[in-house]
Every structure is written in structure tokens, then in C-alpha cells.
Design a protein around this ligand. Structure first.
Ligand SMILES: *Cc1c(COP(=O)(O)O)cnc(C)c1O
Length: 476
């Protein structure tokens, strides 16, 4: 069925400008300058093909085509093609260290350092004292040791890599003793038993899921034992009739038998967070002091830095780890080191940490301050979602995320969207969630208890202004 008659179609086709004419036109000069001839030519051909196909199939919306129309089609196509796939979003999930949204946000010092490392040569592996080849760990190990009390340190791609490398270097073909209560899966396929077998180490499980005693470790030690290992349970808790053997008991046992203890600390905080009313986590320094020979932890969890895995501990063991071939495969790039150093520097002034370390600033943000933000954003969100929905500012709880216990929640504030008629509105809420997720800068919240919830803890001033602007221009 055609809305366009044969002669009309021929007339339309005859008026399509030639590719050469289009490319030479004044309208296309700017596009050519920006995207180059190859891409523009391809996009022009595609747009013309689409137009012809539309005209031939009798699409009523197809009318005569001029260069200006073609230009806007080509420009839109090219712009879309060049849109970054990695996009900024608004993290209103209430989870501060959200693994799927990139975990820690870095302070400006780190951003500046990364920019320099990107654009200028640096002494990444060059000893400026001797003029000879250097070691990239030298840039940062002293600072890590200062902050953790460890003898030596090295840095790899992430904590999973740190654990894999540690086990590969120290326990290959040997046994590692771990409590059954600590054989955890962290998410994203990081499971202690799997990492253990990938590292070529034999897992020797001891105790039970809920209770492990010192004598369980003691009886498991044999000629094949390479390491005793403790793993932070991170994202789960066992409660009730439980017993865990502390490092203060395991370390003396291991050392008396000439063995080492490795601790996978997960989040690995460098400061006691309870001073700011946050949940208490054992620090890396305390773990080292309690006798751990090696401690592994993430750079982008509570530490607040870039993705990295830090390994600290006994000098001889770190030396062995650094010599292992996997170290080369798992090493960090210069951008990571550039970002990590200024973040660690901030810890030298702990009294200013809640102001300058982004992660800690977000975690310690007062609910009252967040409430004011919720009151300011509410009208714009109500405008954007329309009258079918009701938006209210309400108290809620944020989570730390990335393995800090889910039961540890932070009093927060946010915007809650429900159906204005009081109905449950499952489908409409899902549609709303999608609409927000598809905005120019996607807004990521969560649906719970028949409401869409947007926790504003992570919405700092500049982002707040941008969000309000975006919402004002939108309408459901
Ligand atoms: C998060 C975590 C890991 C994995 O760390 P990544 O930096 O994500 O690789 C390993 N072990 C524990 C205990 C963790 O909490």
C-alpha cells in the first residue's frame, strides 16, 4: 500500500541532492571539520538510504529532502555514535560505594594527578637518583607503610588480584587453612575456594559454618601447610551461636609453627571510622599489629581511592610476591598510582579527612543536610514526574556498600515517589524508574515497598544543581 504514487516518488527521488553536492555544501563544512570525511560520508549515505527506503515503502512522513534536513539527520547520527558508553549517572541508590556504579569517587587532588600522568612523561619506573630503571612500587610503598605500620607494600589491579597473587606466590601446591565460616563469595564471582584453586593452592577447611575453634586450626597444621588465612566476611553476617578465632590467637599459633598468616581484609580502612559515628571496622594497622604477616585490601572501597589491590606485610613475603610472574600481569598502571598517592596523602591530615576525602565526606554527611537537599529537589522532581505521582521528602537509610555489613545503615533523607491515587502502581513505578534511567544523565534510584526511592546522600551541590536543571526540562 503506497501513499505516494509512482510519479510523485520519481519526483521526490529526482530532488534528492547528490552525495557530492551534499559533501561540498556550506551546511556540511562544520560536520566535516569535526568528524572527518570518512565518517560524514558514511553517515550521509546511510541517511540517504533510509530516506529512499522510506519513500519507496510509501511512508507518509517522507517528503522532499533538502540539505538542511539531511544535515540534522547526519549530525544526530554522528553525535549518537560518538556518545560515550561510559556515562555519568546520579547515584541515588543510597549505596555510597556502589560496585556497579564505580565505587569510590575521587577527590580533586587525584583528578589533577591523573591528568598530569596522562599528558606528561613521568618517572613511573625510572629512578631519578641513579638514572637507572626503577620499580613502580617505590613511588608509593613508603607512604603505604607509614599509614599501615607494615614493613613493605605492593599494589596490584584490585583486591581479587591481591589475594590471587598472594596465594600463588606463597601457597602454590601447598595447603591454606581457612575457617568454614569465612569461605565467602563477595559477588562478581569472587569466591575464596575458586581463587584458591586458581592459585594452585589446596584449601584446607576447618571448623563449621558458625563455629571455629583455635584447636581446629592447630589440628589442621601439617607438613603441607603454607599459610593460615582469615577472610573478612564483608557482605554477610552470621549471628547466634557463633565462634570465630581472632587474629590475636591465630597469629601466635602460626608463628610458633613457623607459618605465616594472611588476612583478606576486603574494604581495608586506614582509620577508625567509629570516631565519626560510622560502624567500627578493624583497620589495616590494627591487623598488622595483631600479627598478620600479610594483609590484602581494596583501593576503591572505604579507602576512597582508585580501583587497586594493596598488599602489605612482612618484607620477605612482599619480596617473594613481587618476584612472582603474575605480579607483572596484575600490576597497576600509572593512572592508578597517580590517583592513589594523593588519596593516601590525605590520610596524613586525619582531622580534615571528612572534608577532603570524598567517600568519607559522603558517608559522614548529616541527615539534616540531606533533608535540605531533598526539600530543594522535590518541586523539580514533582514537575518531572507529573500529577499521577506524588513526591515526598522522607527519612531513609543509606548503606556503605562494597562489603561493609548491610545491617550497618546510615540515617539519610531522600525523595519517595508513590502513585498519587494511593494505588500500588507496580507497572507505572517501573515505567518511571525507566524514564529516570533514560535521562541525559541517568538517575538511578531503587524501587521498594511500592515506591521509587531516591536517596540524596550522594548528591552534592554541583550535582544537585544539574539534577534540578535536568528535571525542570523533563515531563513524564
Ligand atoms: C571486595 C572484596 C574483595 C574483592 O576486592 P576487589 O577490589 O573488588 O577485587 C575480596 N575480598 C573481600 C573480603 C572483599 O570484601
Amino acid at each position: 500500500m503506497s501513499d505516494v504514487s509512482g510519479s510523485e516518488l520519481r519526483a521526490l527521488m529526482a530532488r534528492v541532492p547528490s552525495v557530492e553536492k551534499v559533501m561540498a555544501s556550506a551546511e556540511f563544512a562544520a560536520l566535516l571539520a569535526e568528524y572527518g570525511r570518512t565518517q560524514v560520508l558514511g553517515a550521509v549515505r546511510e541517511a540517504l538510504d533510509t530516506w529512499r527506503a522510506g519513500a519507496q515503502s510509501g511512508d507518509a512522513s517522507v517528503s522532499a529532502l533538502d540539505v538542511a534536513q539531511l544535515k540534522s539527520a547526519v549530525e544526530a547520527a554522528l553525535r549518537k555514535r560518538h556518545e560515550s558508553r561510559l556515562r555519568s549517572v546520579f547515584n541515588l541508590t543510597g549505596t555510597v560505594l556502589h560496585t556497579n556504579l564505580g565505587r569510590a569517587l575521587l577527590p580533586d587532588e587525584a583528578v589533577q594527578a591523573v591528568m598530569k600522568a596522562l599528558t606528561q612523561p613521568a618517572n613511573l619506573e625510572f629512578d631519578l637518583g641513579t638514572g637507572k630503571r626503577g620499580d613502580r612500587d617505590d613511588l608509593i610503598d613508603e607512604l603505604i607503610c607509614e599509614l599501615t605500620g607494615a614493613e613493605a607494600a605492593t599494589v596490584v589491579n584490585n583486591n581479587a588480584a591481591a589475594v590471587l597473587l598472594t596465594l600463588s606466590a606463597l601457597a602454590s601446591k601447598k595447603e591454606v587453612i581457612v575457617s568454614r565460616g569465612e569461605l565467602v563469595e563477595i559477588g562478581g564471582a569472587f569466591r575464596i575456594p575458586d581463587i584458591m584453586s586458581r592459585a594452585g593452592a589446596k584449601l584446607r577447611e576447618v571448623g563449621t559454618t558458625n563455629r571455629t575453634h583455635l584447636k581446629d586450626y592447630e589440628e589442621a597444621i601439617g607438613p603441607q601447610t603454607a599459610l593460615l588465612m582469615k577472610v573478612h566476611a564483608s557482605n554477610y553476617a552470621i549471628s547466634g551461636f557463633t565462634k570465630e578465632v581472632g587474629l590475636n590467637e591465630i597469629a601466635p599459633l602460626a608463628h610458633a609453627r613457623g607459618l605465616a598468616v594472611a588476612v583478606d581484609l576486603g574494604s581495608g580502612t586506614l582509620v577508625d571510622l567509629s570516631q565519626w559515628g560510622l560502624p567500627r571496622e578493624t583497620t589495616v594497622r590494627e591487623t598488622v599489629e595483631a600479627g598478620a604477616d600479610l594483609v590484602t585490601f581494596s583501593g576503591d572501597k572505604l579507602l576512597g581511592g582508585p580501583q587497586a589491590g594493596l598488599i602489605v606485610g612482612r618484607r620477605d613475603l612482599i619480596a617473594k610476591i613481587k618476584k612472582h610472574p603474575l605480579k607483572r600481569a596484575l600490576r597497576v598502571g600509572k593512572l592508578t598510582l597517580a590517583a592513589l598517592e594523593p588519596v593516601l596523602q590525605l590520610y596524613r591530615a586525619p582531622e580534615r579527612l571528612t572534608e577532603r576525602l570524598t567517600t568519607l565526606r559522603l558517608l559522614t554527611r548529616a541527615a539534616d543536610d540531606i533533608r535540605l537537599a531533598a526539600d530543594r529537589v522535590q518541586p523539580a522532581l514533582q514537575h518531572a514526574v507529573g500529577e499521577r505521582y506524588a513526591v515526598t521528602a522522607e527519612p531513609m537509610f543509606s548503606q556503605i556498600g562494597s562489603g561493609a555489613l548491610p545491617v550497618d545503615v546510615l540515617p539519610s533523607y531522600g525523595l519517595v515517589v508513590r502513585m498519587a491515587d494511593g494505588k500500588r502502581g507496580g507497572r507505572q513505578l517501573l515505567a518511571l524508574e525507566k524514564m529516570l534511567r533514560e535521562m541525559a544523565r541517568p538517575v538511578i534510584g531503587r524501587i521498594a515497598d511500592d515506591a521509587l526511592r531516591l536517596d540524596l546522600r550522594c548528591l552534592e551541590a554541583a550535582d544537585e544543581a544539574q539534577l534540578v536543571e535536568q528535571l525542570k526540562g523533563a515531563r513524564a
